[in-house]
Design a protein around this ligand. Sequence first.
Ligand code: NAP
Ligand code: MG
Length: 498
Amino acid sequence: MPEPATHQLFIAGRWVDGVSGQTFDSVNPADTRDVVGRFQAGGAADVAMAVAAAGEASKGWRATPAPKRGEVLYRFAALMAEHKERLARAMTREMGKVLAEARGDVQEGIDIAFLMAGEGRRLFGDTVPSELPDKWAMSVRQPLGIAGIVTPWNFPIAIPCWKMMPALVSGNTVVFKPASDAPHVATLLVELMEEAGFPAGTVNLVTGSGGEAGDAIVDNPDVAVISFTGSSATGRSIAERAGRRLKRLSLELGGKNAVVVMRDADLDLAVDGILWSAFGTTGQRCTACSRVIADRPIADELVRRLAERAERLRIGSGLDESVEVGPLVNAPAATKVESYVAIGRGEGELVCGGERETAGELAHGHFYQPTIFTGVGPMARIAQEEIFGPVLSVIPADGYAEAMAAANGTRYGLSASIFTQSVNTAFRAMRDFEAGLVYVNAGTTGAETHLPFGGWKDTGNGHREAGHVALDTFTEWKAVYVDFSGRLQRAQIDNQPS
Ligand code: NAP
Ligand code: MG
């Protein structure tokens, strides 16, 4: 294998080495002999420079008319579309998801960039009548300043774009720390942002570990808002640090998403939806289905069909177009899956999978078989804890009420789905699911970028990404009153009920 290329940080519009001189490697999880690249181990000193650059750039960027900012986003979206295949291949090589899904990940980035480019001509506030005569009342959005963006590896284009696009169009500047398992994709993304014409300092990239670069961003008093997606454990620690500084914080965390299959469901459709949701991206989506709540009369038949199809899924390198399930992202992820499968053997009946896949070339990657347990109790550990791998628990339930109680009986609340042919049951479920995303007759994944994305309960802290509501994370409201009566008018005092 040739010596891997060394990549740099992007600070104040220049590609630079990190202060420490230390680097780390990103490797291909399908073949760990393949080193994707060498990256700067950025730390507090690099973050300080990036924040200073973002602060300097903030003055010009916030003064740039929002439609003009939007034009840069349009150019960036078009560049991503032009480079979609190259970005997708780099993504598959670096973090493992199969090419079709990597293309979808890039497309999500393109979609949100176009959507947010359009926000440059909206950024709506309210204009409302005043309670007093000859007085104008309205609200406007203003940028917060510097946004710290900390992202996971599993959607290495979509998630950074979901965060950076609304941040930038509303006039903030950005310090971006990508996951250490996907620094190459992040570098390619920022190269395109540079080419699109974001002014120097508006976008800064600091690769490096969460504990060093990540914490330095969270702790920096000049960073006004942190947008974080990742595990609940990391989210909790970031929330504590940010809370001490009264910093605005948007968290998108773990999930334990359920598909409910009722006795009147189209079982073939349910099987398609469950397989795609449970084993797509090797179960490593925040919206992955890791629990199926099966109405008892159809439970055995559903499990039989699921197992039959799961056993036939092709495992291998995602760069091979015929492969359906790629590798897990790294060795700790594979170890975590193994330990949960061991726990699962004591909590349910293993129906398929349950082993690493090590045949031939696969021995060089972190491959694991699609695994299904049935007869799992709703409170079992494998039904409660996020495994983030290709492990599905089937939980039998008697009827709608028991199924819904099981579906909602978790501390997470990201995504939920129901398969039923009854319109009444569908509407009950739309009302009853405790989740930020609800699907009817589809799996738990497949959010579109123009509706709010995020979770209830421990999945988040009440913020949403995507849709126009994403702007709420990155803007302050300012209520503006203009009195053109020429006299003192006192709200709540001079407008007594007549
Ligand atoms: P993670 O370990 O929490 O890492 C996420 C990011 O946080 C990475 O950039 C990481 O850097 C950084 N980080 C780690 N420790 C930090 C610290 N102390 N301070 C600041 N930053 C820190 O999560 P992951 O394993 O990459 O991603 C998988 C998780 O993300 C799953 O739980 C999944 O459910 C969740 N997720 C949620 C959503 C959602 O929208 N709800 C979407 C996708 C993923 P390093 O890479 O350098 O450690
Ligand atoms: Mg990697």
